[in-house]
Design a binder for this molecule. Sequence first.
Ligand code: ATP
Ligand code: MG
Length: 298
Amino acid sequence: MVPGLGGLRQCLRRAAGAGGDVHRPRHPALPRARLEAGLAEGSGAVVNPIGLRLRGIHHAFALKGQDLPVLEDVDLDVRPGGSVALLGPSGCGKSTLLRLVAGLEPPRRGTLEADGAPITGPDPSRVLMFQDPTLYPWRSVRANAALGLEARGLIRTEGARVDDALRLVGLHEFAEAYPHQLSGGMAQRAALARALVNRPGLLLLDEPLGKLDSLTRLKMQEELVALWQREGFTTLLVTHDVEEALLMAERVLVFSPRPARVVSEIAVDRPFPRHRDDPHLVALRREVLETLGLREAA
Ligand SMILES: Nc1ncnc2c1ncn2[C@@H]1O[C@H](COP(=O)(O)OP(=O)(O)OP(=O)(O)O)[C@@H](O)[C@H]1O
Ligand SMILES: [Mg+2]
């Protein structure tokens, strides 16, 4: 039961005020068989990829009676269905920027637009995912994945989406498992399913693979790229891993230390899937590390 494009769009928009749909992944997880097999076939669901346009974004936090400037004159464009990675020193303001795009708070100055409309609050079409999956331990994988639809009163009519999403991340055989029965990678996939249930047009990923072991991380990088290509949503990815950014994004923005300004923008002109030993990517990695002031590592 896949709603028509217009209908899906409408119901997502209508649910925008319901809140609770910008998900904080709660706990990680995934089935062994699928870890071997990778993510499943496409959902066939209609996704409207969202285009982003940010202009002159300034943000600051009040700290001990003083303003802590965090973002300074940030411009950002992401094409519908595009993939952009954000790199920058710890504490520079990357997560803050994702929170603004998620609509969790307004910027001090500047404009944020999703598909030409101002971003004024959270919307289920823009889903934020963190490095902690934060699943509810007393809920099964299926029940965790169903949270967004339940919150929006859509579970009766759109419940089939839950199993679609679990299939998409390769977790359907573990639908009845509980978070403590999952590996770290599986739990993160469960969080991904919870996000995908909303059929987001924009996936905001805040170091989503940051806590995974290196082998699982490599595998999930490939799988996320495959999922993005198959499903067509727009992706904005924050990562500390230069190689990950170059493997997963069409463009990489490098930020200065706080307050974050864009100091470099790199177009990664390579088809997907990419290979980490591609000489072009190796050269770009060196360039980015140097931009970040990490000459030794380069
Ligand atoms: N709610 C808040 N109140 C006050 N200061 C905040 C708040 N949220 C973030 N900050 C500050 O804003 C700055 C940027 O934080 P942010 O989390 O955006 O950085 P980041 O680039 O995501 O860092 P990391 O790479 O370590 O995750 C930090 O100095 C942080 O202390
Ligand atoms: Mg952060």
